[in-house]
Design a protein around this ligand. Structure first.
Ligand code: NAP
Ligand code: MG
Length: 460
């Protein structure tokens, strides 16, 4: 039952590795969102009026304060999201880097001068106003910052709604922003339910743009609601990304890297390479190499330095993942702790029909499938046989083939002989039902501006 939009309510935050309650947080109501939008609008006007250098300096200070709190933010991420300590440190550092990178864009956010007769034509890149960022629980810190940092840098105010399960790092980030000297109310966090706080942001006339990361179903419903006011929208949605292994690849390297390409963050990663497509002639040999690599992944206490994979975020997510994995199906299964915590073992399923639900739908857990293919054409056909198009990897020693396959796979982020997808300075986003628009990279700030064309006559 969704909470009524105007009634007070609370969020209960669990440690997913122990199931212990670690905090309760008041949830934002529709009235809280309305108040926040009004305050943000006033703060935005002050912020946008500052000299670019002053905005940039404030964001650099924000980055420095985040840097000084990386251990604290990482510890919080381990506790509320079950991320491994190594990942959590990287994630907190990523927020710092995003703020630094965005700060470098403030003085470089330039319009154009276009030749016209009878005057001067220039384009101005104006901030949108108040931007709503709706973040998921799988990478609470980085994804919050993907939207927030460039939006602030481009002169906007930001209202961030974190996922219900992971509000704590976002709340701390807003405190650090104030400590760094951001104007009050410029960056506010509204912890709350998607159906209440999220929906209030999406439908509020004072919010100019929504940046959403999460499920394709919710993303579509948000886009439909934004259409009502032509509200700007960026969507980063699901994925079911292929890892295409050709017979001429370095098979040892491909097999050694395959496990963490879908087990990192317990598979709760929109870029997870969960469809391992292997050329028929090396299929069995690849599985022989893959099995020990899967068994070697260390699953356990996320706060332990050596752990590679922690628990899933919640009981609901574990039930969802379990529902995709038929008992006793052939494949490779790793081990995980039993007892409290939302654990699920590393799992690779073989001998599946290519259109089985687990082979085409986003599972968002530590589960991959291995499907054989005949030749290059068959590999591309299989790689494109999902509604998603976010990421993918191609393993081959043939440069021409690597380029042909990257050209033919309909996805926004591809890597050859590696599984890298996300760098804050390169663009990221999906084809097909994986999303709309791009985040990160050199154009990140422009996505938070409106272009205004101004013509000045020289004839009067
Ligand atoms: P979700 O519902 O799409 O959640 C993402 C964010 O949207 C959360 O902050 C959520 O708030 C909010 N939200 C939910 N309904 C909303 C609405 N009607 N209006 C505005 N905001 C709303 O995702 P989920 O239910 O947590 O996860 C389900 C599946 O989505 C996963 O199994 C996975 O397949 C996919 N997913 C993908 C990504 C990704 O990175 N692409 C991230 C997360 C999930 P609440 O916390 O209150 O729900
Ligand atoms: Mg949901």
């Amino acid at each position: 039952m969704p909470n009524p939009p105007h009634e007070p309510y609370e969020l209960t935050v669990l440690n997913p590795a122990t199931e212990e309650v670690i905090a309760t947080v008041p949830g934002a109501t529709a009235d809280d969102v309305d108040r926040a939008v009004r305050r943000a609008a006033a703060a935005q006007r002050t912020w946008a009026a500052l000299a670019p250098g002053d905005r940039a300096r404030t964001l650099r200070r924000f980055a420095a304060v985040v840097d000084a709190h990386v251990p604290e933010l990482a510890a919080l991420e381990v506790r509320e999201a079950g991320h491994t300590l190594g990942n959590a440190r990287w994630e907190a550092g990523n927020v710092r880097d995003l703020l630094d990178y965005a700060a470098g864009g403030v003085e470089r956010l330039m319009g154009r001068q276009i030749p016209v007769p009878g005057g001067l034509d220039v384009t101005l890149l104006e901030p949108l106003g108040v931007v709503g960022v709706i973040a998921p629980w799988n990478f609470p810190l980085p994804i919050a910052a993907w939207g927030t940092a460039p939006a602030l840098a481009a002169g906007n105010a930001v209202l961030l709604k974190p996922a219900e399960t992971t509000p704590l790092t976002a709340l701390r980030l807003a405190e650090l922003g104030l400590e760094a000297g951001l104007p009050e109310y410029l960056f506010q966090v509204l912890p709350g339910a998607g159906s209440v706080a999220g929906d209030a942001l999406v439908t509020h006339p004072g919010v100019a743009k929504i940046v959403f990361t999460g499920s394709t179903a919710v993303g579509k419903s948000i886009m439909a609601k934004c259409a009502d006011r032509l509200k700007r929208v960026t969507l980063e949605l699901g994925g079911k990304s292929p890892n295409i292994v050709f017979a001429d690849a370095d098979l040892e390297a491909a097999a050694a890297s395959a496990p963490m390409s879908f087990l990192d963050n317990s598979g709760q990663d929109c870029c997870a390479r969960t469809r391992i497509l292997v050329q028929e002639s090396v299929h069995d040999r690849f599985l022989d190499l893959l099995a020990p690599a899967v068994h070697a992944v260390r699953v356990g206490d996320p706060a332990d330095e050596d752990t590679q994979m922690g628990p899933l975020i919640s009981r609901a997510q574990r039930d969802r993942v379990r529902g995709y994995v038929p008992a006793d199906h052939p494949g490779i299964r790793g081990r995980c702790p039993d007892g409290p915590g939302f654990w699920f073992p590393p799992t690779v399923l073989t001998d599946l029909a290519p259109d089985a639900p687990v082979a085409v739908e986003e599972v968002f857990g530590p589960v991959a499938v291995v499907l054989p293919f005949r030749d290059e054409e068959d590999a591309v056909r299989l790689a494109n046989a999902t509604e998603y198009g976010l990421s993918g990897s191609v393993w081959t020693r043939d440069v021409g083939r690597a380029l042909r396959v990257c050209g033919a796979v309909a996805a926004g982020n591809l890597s050859v002989n590696s599984h890298s997808s996300v760098r804050y300075w390169t663009p990221f986003g999906g084809f097909k039902q994986s999303g709309l628009g791009r985040e990160l990279g050199p154009d990140a700030l422009a996505a938070f501006t409106e272009t205004k064309n101004v013509f000045l006559s020289t004839e009067v």
